[in-house]
Design a binder for this molecule. Structure first.
Ligand SMILES: NC(=O)c1ccc[n+]([C@@H]2O[C@H](COP(=O)([O-])OP(=O)(O)OC[C@H]3O[C@@H](n4cnc5c(N)ncnc54)[C@H](O)[C@@H]3O)[C@@H](O)[C@H]2O)c1
Length: 349
């Protein structure tokens, strides 16, 4: 009999293959992983223009930005692969930020019923979060990441030097997920300023959680702290704000909710709010954000059950509520209204 549980664990361990370097093209692990392979590198146009040396690989590029993380772009990449005659032996290199690794990972999950890929994140957000754990997918008009697959890369290569060209706004965006890791698992990370430590510690925290719950049936949900609100905001604002900016607001609001639910002390909520403000997140929402629109988007959140949204809540800084093993909870309607009303009053620009 096939032991699926064991298979899942083995597959999960593959994700432990993360290699850290300062010059990927000379990194012996990367050279070994790519040597003699039939490779196709997929990236966005911005990364392609910044790192032309990587175009020595057979390459496919697509326009940068969240609005291109769609089924249409996936199809364009697949058509380009078919045209090149890429087969089951092909190994894709997902080279870019979270948009690229999510999209290329999803292409790899379904092309020829699944081919291997190597993940090479080039943004802080990609290094601390998006490239870890094998979640891949695209956005649709109904919501973020609603179509996708779990497909782990063969290996993950983190080259810190890519961060040197990253604009401030994008660095800040990645910091949001680092703060999230601090809030859900390790308080000391909240004050960390070294980018390298942020990346290494985030990798350890996230991969440990993913290893326990690859398919997100329980504990992995804690990585979604701040995202029920955050994803809704991104959608309503039509991706005019970065993922990190949206998650930063989401963490403030979901900490407020944790306080209102009685699980988080008011001082801890105030610390979260102050910390996120001090880091320089805009914490502003536009007139497009209304209580009704938020509720509509949150219905489609992937933690929702029968259209009722569920939230990850904090019990202290660095600790989440278990909610009986579900790691998220529904919230009485009046409290949702109160929380969204508070958000709109406090953050409307
Ligand atoms: N799969 C997961 O577990 C997971 C987790 C968190 C976030 N995500 C997804 O990640 C995405 C956001 O990722 P992101 O913030 O990296 O966005 P992104 O991929 O759009 O990158 C942001 C911008 O930075 C540019 N860029 C990339 N690398 C650069 C570099 N080294 N120098 C200069 N510019 C560079 C890109 O071209 C883009 O314009 C979202 O779609 C989100 O849903 C996925």
């Amino acid at each position: 009999m096939i032991d699926f549980k064991k298979m899942q664990t083995t597959e999960c361990l593959l994700d432990k293959k993360a290699y850290f370097s300062e010059n990927l093209l000379e990194d012996p692990h990367f050279l070994k992983a790519t040597e003699g392979k039939s490779l196709v590198l997929v990236t966005d146009e911005t990364v392609a223009s910044l790192y032309p040396l990587f175009l020595k690989y057979d390459s496919i590029t697509f326009p940068a930005g969240e609005k291109h993380k769609t089924r249409k772009t996936k199809e364009t990449i697949e058509n380009a692969l078919l045209k090149k005659g890429a087969g089951r032996e092909t190994v894709l290199i997902a080279f870019g930020g979270g948009v690229v690794t999510d999209l290329v990972g999803f292409v790899a999950a379904t092309y020829m019923r699944g081919i291997p890929y190597l993940s090479v994140p080039t943004t802080l957000l990609g290094m601390v979060d998006a490239s870890i754990g094998g979640k891949t997918g695209v956005n649709v008009k109904e919501g973020k990441n609603l179509i996708g697959a779990t497909h782990l890369p063969q290996a993950l290569f983190i080259d810190f030097s890519f961060l040197k060209t990253l604009p401030e706004k994008e660095l800040l965006s990645g910091t949001a997920e680092v703060i999230k890791h601090g809030l859900i698992a390790k308080k000391s990370l909240l004050r960390e300023t070294s980018l390298e430590k942020m990346v290494r510690e985030s990798y350890t925290i996230k991969s440990d959680i993913v290893e326990k719950d690859l398919k997100e049936s329980g504990e992995r949900r804690i990585l979604n702290f701040g995202h029920t609100i955050g994803h809704a905001l991104e959608g309503i604002e039509e991706y005019a704000i970065t993922h990190g900016e949206a998650v930063a607001i989401g963490m403030v609001v979901e900490s407020f909710l944790s306080y209102k639910l009685g699980t988080l002390k008011i001082e801890d909520f105030e610390t979260v709010y102050q910390l996120i403000r001090e880091r320089g997140f805009p914490l502003k929402i536009s007139h497009k954000v209304t209580v009704e629109r938020m509720k509509k988007w949150m219905k489609c959140d992937k933690k929702s059950e029968n259209g009722v949204p569920r939230f990850v809540t904090l019990s202290a800084l660095g600790k989440v509520e278990r909610h009986g093993g579900a790691y998220c909870t529904t919230v009485p309607k009046p409290l949702i209204d109160e929380t969204l009303g508070w958000m709109i009053d406090a953050l409307s620009s």
